[in-house]
Design a protein around this ligand. Structure first.
Ligand SMILES: [Zn+2]
Length: 260
């Protein structure tokens, strides 16, 4: 595969760093599942000793919005967690690195949640200012993973149009919501209320993974802006809203750490 001419460079520690980042995402899944089971006070199906073995391919229905029988789900009282993954992952393609991303941390975590813990319906919500093209590509034909991305239109990696909705059995399980630069906090809340939340409710996810890129922040030096200068709390409050109560967060791009 031809590697994108993006600002991705490799150092002597990059290989290990990429594994540590993906490992942090998997540790997040393990710990949250364990905590969920503890809070439920039972060893319900989906414990770390069980495995669905086949991820989305074993779902009884190929239609997004229906849960497979015997699938596990996180308790609504499951704790939220945040994995600080570096390098980020949502641009990483199946065949190579791209755009600062070496391994698709959120995608790997999603498949891990399915195969190791039986959490079959996985929603990945990506609010990085850039389109999560790698994650989308990985699950393009997979109806068990609903991928929703808000991002700035006309920016890197120049994909993520509204007509990209998935292919084959995965058609309808990809939702792209490109927004103009300076769309602002209100616009993000609007698309969340009118599109993201209803789609999430219909999909009935067993777990929600958030690809949290803080480069939408107006102070980020690299990307364009979605947030207005007054929106210092950009993106975070949407995670408090229904139905994001099984949410787990993984860091994507952020060029200004102070914004986290
Ligand atoms: Zn980004």
């Amino acid at each position: 595969m031809e590697i994108e001419q993006a600002p991705t460079y490799i150092t002597g520690s990059s290989y290990l760093d990429a594994f540590l980042a993906a490992g942090a995402a998997l540790a997040l899944i393990d710990n949250v599942v364990a905590a969920s089971q503890q809070r439920q006070g039972s060893s319900s199906p989906g414990s770390s000793s069980s495995s669905s073995g086949g991820g989305g391919s074993e779902r009884s229905s190929g239609t997004p919005g229906s849960s497979a029988p015997n699938s596990s789900t996180l308790s609504s009282s499951a704790p939220a967690a945040f994995a600080i993954c570096r390098p980020p992952g949502h641009h990483a393609m199946p065949g190579g690195c791209m755009g600062f991303c070496l391994l698709g941390n959120a995608a790997i975590a999603a498949r891990y949640a399915q195969r190791r813990h039986g959490l079959q319906q996985v929603l990945i919500f990506d609010f990085d200012v850039h389109h999560g093209n790698g994650t989308q590509t990985i699950f393009d034909a997979d109806p068990s993973v609903l991928f929703i991305s808000t991002h700035m239109n006309s920016g890197y990696p120049y994909s993520g149009g509204v007509k990209e909705v998935g292919v084959g059995a995965g058609r309808g399980a990809t939702i792209n919501l490109p927004l103009p630069g300076n769309a602002g906090h209100e616009a993000e809340l609007l698309v969340f209320d009118t599109i993201v939340a209803p789609a999430a409710r219909r999909f009935r996810p067993d777990i929600i993974l958030v690809s949290a890129g803080y480069d939408a922040h107006y102070q980020d030096p690299l990307a364009g802006v979605l947030g207005e200068p007054a929106a210092d709390d950009l993106d975070l409050d949407i995670l408090d809203e229904e139905p994001m109560d099984r949410v787990q967060v993984m860091l994507e791009e952020a060029q200004r750490l102070h914004n986290l």
